[in-house]
Design a protein. Structure first.
Length: 296
């Protein structure tokens, strides 16, 4: 069995588009299709439903996908191990981060690139559930996500910091000079919040429920940048992780207020699937995360 055919198959399952899969594999679309045909002939089963476009995987394709992902991932890790010397590590680390943790990417990325100058870093944003799926499918090397609220199983994890909620609104006479706000007052503002597919929102809803409150945002989004833009331009208020308050401190139009009744710290850290052996790139990011955690 040709390894490249498995790579074509895994990439197509990920992109769900023949042209994008071919581009990602660095081949023409006819070459990709021929490789998939050869893989199906060798296995004696149809793996991909297709007409003129990708429709989906057959039940046989769905059955072999996890195994194909493991084989492709293991070979990539083997190639990394061959290229590693004690003094030099090369390759690309792909890190998937929840939106709440994006302000910390600068700290982690800076430490990683300084420790290992031969590597490059790709950062992707996604929900905690999407990050878990991508980790298990060998699509990313590590994740930056919450550790406690919905803990992931069979993962290595290194806590990096704890976050709290911060209320954000446009500057006004009502808020001028304030150094905190109550949850009850915040809930009366016209709110825009991350949608409930985001773990940050589920943690926030749980906190509000403890206080007998309910969030009723007029706008739901999947990006804190979108929320902040609405606060600036449309007189909304929002609630974000305190990492954004630190990142954006000094804005002349925004007020960042902690809550009078502080919530429990939500631990955020680096996670990677607990596999043996770990790839050199995964070991590298875990090592850097551990050094940052120790420094704290």
């Amino acid at each position: 069995m040709q390894f490249r055919y498995l790579r074509y198959f895994v990439t197509l399952a990920h992109t769900r588009h023949f042209a994008r899969a071919a581009s990602a594999c660095g081949v023409s679309q006819p070459t990709l299709s021929a490789g998939l045909n050869a893989l199906e002939q060798e296995l004696g089963k149809r793996l991909v439903e297709r007409d003129r476009r990708f429709i989906g995987l057959t039940r046989h394709g769905e059955a072999i996908l996890p195994w194909a992902q493991q084989i492709v991932g293991a070979l990539a890790s083997m190639n990394q191990a061959i290229s590693v010397s004690s003094a030099h590590l090369e390759g690309e680390i792909t890190l998937a981060a929840i939106p709440a943790a994006l302000p910390y990417v600068g700290i982690l990325g800076d430490a990683l690139l300084k420790r290992f100058p031969g590597i490059s870093l790709t950062v992707q944003s996604g929900t905690s559930r999407d990050i878990e799926r991508r980790l298990r499918a060998f699509e990313v090397d590590a994740g930056l996500t919450y550790l406690d609220h919905e803990p992931l199983t069979n993962m290595l994890s290194i806590p990096l910091y704890g976050e709290r909620f911060v209320f954000v609104a446009s500057r006004s006479e009502v808020l001028e000079g304030r150094d905190s706000i109550s949850w009850q007052e915040a809930a009366r503002y016209p709110l825009c919040l991350l949608h409930q597919g985001m773990q940050f929102r589920r943690i926030l809803d749980a906190r509000l429920s403890q206080l007998g409150l309910t969030a009723a945002p007029r706008v739901n989004a999947d990006s804190n940048v979108s929320l902040l833009a609405l606060v600036k331009e449309a007189s909304f208020a929002t609630i974000v992780p305190d990492g954004y308050a630190n990142l954006l401190s000094g804005l002349d139009w925004a007020v960042f207020l902690p809550f009078e009744e502080p919530d429990d710290l939500q631990r955020v850290g680096v996670v990677a699937v607990d596999r043996e052996p770990l790839s050199p790139l995964v070991s590298a990011i875990l090592s850097v995360a551990n050094s940052l955690a120790t420094a704290e």
